[in-house]
Design a protein around this ligand. Structure first.
Ligand SMILES: *Cc1c(COP(=O)(O)O)cnc(C)c1O
Length: 432
C-alpha cells in the first residue's frame, strides 16, 4: 500500500527499495533520537506546567502591550526550559541575526572587545560585527573583534584562546552549529568545556552561544553548562514550524535586561511590546519543537547515509553524532545540485509545481539555487535545501516538519537525480 502511494507520487520501485535498505540500518539511531525527543517533550510540558500556562495566556495584546500575561508567561517558560534567570521571547525580534545582534549590541560598550574562539561566525554576523564594513556595525561603535580559528581537526586552539583573552575582552560568542561551514558542530558538552576554560581565564567574561539549529538535538542546552546567554530564531527549531516570526534570548537577568532595553528603549525595557496574535503559535510551536526537531534529525541522517552509500561526500558523515539539523551533500556537478533541489521542491506541500532556478542572490559571488515550499516564508525548520553553484556543488539540506515528509523529500531528490542521470542505483549496494 505505502509503496503504491509512493509510486503515485513519482517514486520508482528501485528508489523506494534502496531507501528501505538504507533505513533498515538506522533503526537504533532513530530509537536514540526518539528517546531524546521523549525527554525534551516532558521538559517542555514540565516548563509549561511550572509556569502555569493558562488559556488566558493564548490571548494577545495590542498597542503598548503592558501586562501581557501570555508574553510574560512564555518568557518564564523559556527561562524554565533553559534553566536561566530570565528570557526575552518576542515577535519584535525579527530573525536569528537580529536576536544575535541585539544580544551583542546591548551587552557590549565602546572600547570592549568581542571574541570568537570558534573561528569565523555565521555569514550574516560579519556585517553585525563589522568584519565586512557595514552601516551600524559594532565596529562603528568602537567595539573591536578578535577571532581564534579552530585547529585543522576542528578542535579548540586552547593556547591561542588563552592568548586572545585580554583586559578589553568582554564577551565571547560561541556558535554551536557549523552553519554552512565544514567544521564540526559542537556538542553542548564541548561548549561547556570551552566556557569553563574561558571563565577560568576571566571569570566575568560573558559567554553567549548562538544556538541556531541546535535546540532540542540534545537533552541539555548550552545554558546548562555555563553559558550566560543562549540566542536563537523561532523560525528554526524552537518555533516547531508554527511560529511565523520571532527570536529569543535566554540568560542572566543582567544580559537579558540589557537586551530588552535595547530592543525597545531604555526605561521601557521588557514592559512594552504587544504580542498581537503570535502567542498561540509560539506556545504550540514550542510544544511541538522536540518532535519536529527529531523528525528533521532523522531526515538529515537518512540523507547522509543514502547519499554516502552512493559515493557522495557528505558532512556530517552518515555515522557521525548529530548536534544540529544541517546536512551537506557534495554533488560535484551543477546538474546534481540542481536535481537534488528540484526533488526537495517537488515534495513540498506548498509550491510543489514550481521548479527552482539558480539566481544571482545579493551578497553571493556565484549563483544560488534554493528549494523551499514552506508554510512560513524562509522557514528552515521546514524541509528546505540550497547551495551555491560553484565547486564542490554542495547542497545544504535541513528541516522537515515530520519525519515522513523529510523521508519523502529525500526519496524525491534521489528520484530526480536518477531521472537526470546524475545517480545510477546499481552502485547503491554499499560498495560505491
Ligand atoms: C540561521 C542562523 C543564523 C541567523 O538566523 P536568521 O534567522 O537566518 O537571521 C545565525 N547563526 C546560525 C548558526 C544560524 O544557523
Amino acid at each position: 500500500m505505502i509503496e503504491q502511494m509512493y509510486q503515485s507520487l513519482g517514486i520508482s520501485r528501485e528508489v523506494y527499495e534502496y531507501g528501505e535498505q538504507v533505513l533498515a540500518d538506522l533503526r537504533e539511531r532513530f530509537a536514540g533520537i526518539d528517546r531524546t525527543a521523549e525527554y525534551n517533550q516532558l521538559k517542555v510540558i514540565s516548563a509549561m506546567q511550572k509556569s502555569r500556562v493558562s488559556e488566558a495566556c493564548l490571548l494577545g495584546t495590542t498597542g503598548y502591550g503592558y501586562n501581557d500575561l501570555g508574553r510574560d508567561t512564555l518568557e518564564q517558560v523559556y527561562a524554565s526550559l533553559f534553566h536561566t534567570e530570565t528570557a526575552l521571547v518576542r515577535p519584535q525580534i525579527t530573525c536569528g541575526t537580529h536576536a544575535l545582534a541585539l544580544a551583542l549590541m546591548s551587552n557590549l560598550r565602546p572600547g570592549d572587545e568581542l571574541l570568537s574562539p570558534v573561528g569565523k561566525p555565521y555569514d550574516t554576523l560579519e556585517e553585525v560585527i563589522g568584519i565586512r564594513p557595514s552601516r551600524g556595525s559594532l565596529k562603528e561603535y568602537g567595539i573591536s573583534y578578535r577571532q581564534v580559528d579552530l585547529k585543522e581537526d576542528g578542535s579548540f586552539d586552547w593556547e591561542a584562546i588563552r592568548a586572545a583573552v585580554g583586559p578589553r575582552t568582554r564577551l565571547a560568542t560561541i556558535q554551536r552549529s557549523k552553519g554552512y561551514q565544514t567544521r564540526p558542530t559542537f556538542s553542548v558538552e564541548q561548549i561547556g568545556e570551552l566556557i569553563a576554560f574561558l571563565k577560568g581565564i576571566k571569570p566575568d567574561l560573558i559567554c553567549m552561544v548562538d544556538n541556531c539549529y541546535g535546540e532540542f538535538t540534545q537533552t541539555i542546552e548550552p545554558t546548562d553548562v555555563g553559558a550566560d546567554m543562549c540566542v536563537g530564531s523561532l523560525i528554526k527549531n524552537p518555533g516547531g514550524g508554527l511560529a511565523p516570526i520571532g527570536g529569543y534570548i535566554a540568560g542572566t537577568t543582567e544580559c537579558v535586561e540589557n537586551a530588552a532595553c535595547r530592543l525597545t528603549s531604555p526605561g521601557l525595557g521588557r514592559e512594552v511590546g504587544a504580542s498581537l496574535n503570535a502567542l498561540p503559535a509560539f506556545y504550540q510551536g514550542l510544544f511541538l519543537a522536540p518532535t519536529v526537531t527529531a523528525g528533521a534529525l532523522k531526515g538529515a541522517i537518512f540523507a547522509a547515509n543514502l547519499y554516502e552509500r552512493l559515493g557522495f561526500f557528505v558532512v556530517p558523515s552518515g555515522a557521525a553524532p548529530r548536534y544540529d539539523i544541517i546536512q551537506a551533500i557534495q554533488f560535484n556537478s551543477p546538474e546534481g545540485l540542481c536535481a537534488f533541489c528540484e526533488g526537495i521542491q517537488y515534495a513540498a506541500p506548498v509550491d510543489s509545481f514550481v521548479t527552482p532556478e539558480p539566481w544571482d542572490m545579493p551578497g553571493y559571488d556565484s549563483q544560488v539555487i534554493m528549494a523551499a515550499g514552506a508554510f512560513v516564508s524562509g522557514s528552515s525548520i521546514e524541509l528546505s535545501a540550497d547551495g551555491p553553484l560553484r565547486p564542490p556543488y554542495a547542497a545544504y539540506f535541513q528541516g522537515g516538519l515530520t519525519w515522513q515528509h523529510a523521508k519523502f523529500g529525500i526519496l524525491k531528490s534521489l528520484q530526480q537525480c536518477v531521472d537526470k542521470g546524475v545517480v545510477g542505483l546499481s552502485k547503491a549496494d554499499g560498495q560505491a
